[in-house]
Ligand binder design. Structure first.
Ligand code: THU
Length: 128
């Protein structure tokens, strides 16, 4: 699967976003070293703070299936923005140098490395 396919999967996942409060819809498609793809969409709640981002839904689906080596994630929004800080930290645990492809609803894409988006990430070494 190439980056365009991954973006297509993220755009499709975005259709499943549950975002009645913000009306900001996000879709994600994460590919692991094994070549498997996990999708996610943001899921909001009437108790706002319980809402979960699309990227974390995809990440937790992968890890809970035993797939822990992240290669790339495509994130689709209406305006092609970058993942939030919390999601960057979660992704960095399983793919510190993974590619992050952001796309808008027209499919325009831009690629980054997670290491450039989150310098100084908190790691297990910091727990000592
Ligand atoms: N959201 C994501 O899904 N990913 C991000 O990286 C940023 C924000 C969602 C959370 C919430 O449902 C909506 O976008 C507005 O913040």
């Amino acid at each position: 699967m190439d980056d365009k396919d991954l973006v297509r999967a993220a755009l499709e996942a975005r259709e499943k976003a549950y975002a009645p409060y913000s009306e900001y819809r996000v879709g994600a498609a994460l590919i692991t070293r094994s070549g498997r793809v996990y999708t996610g969409a943001n899921v909001e709640n009437a108790s706002y703070g319980l809402s979960v981002c699309a990227e974390r839904v995809a990440a937790f689906k992968a890890v809970s299936e035993g797939d822990r080596e992240f290669e790339a994630i495509a994130v689709a929004t209406g305006n092609g923005v970058l993942p939030c800080g919390a999601c960057r930290q979660v992704l960095a645990e399983f793919g510190p140098d993974m590619r992050v492809i952001v796309a808008d609803s027209e499919g325009n894409m831009r690629t980054y490395r997670l290491s450039e988006l989150l310098p100084g990430r908190f790691t297990r070494a910091d727990l000592r």
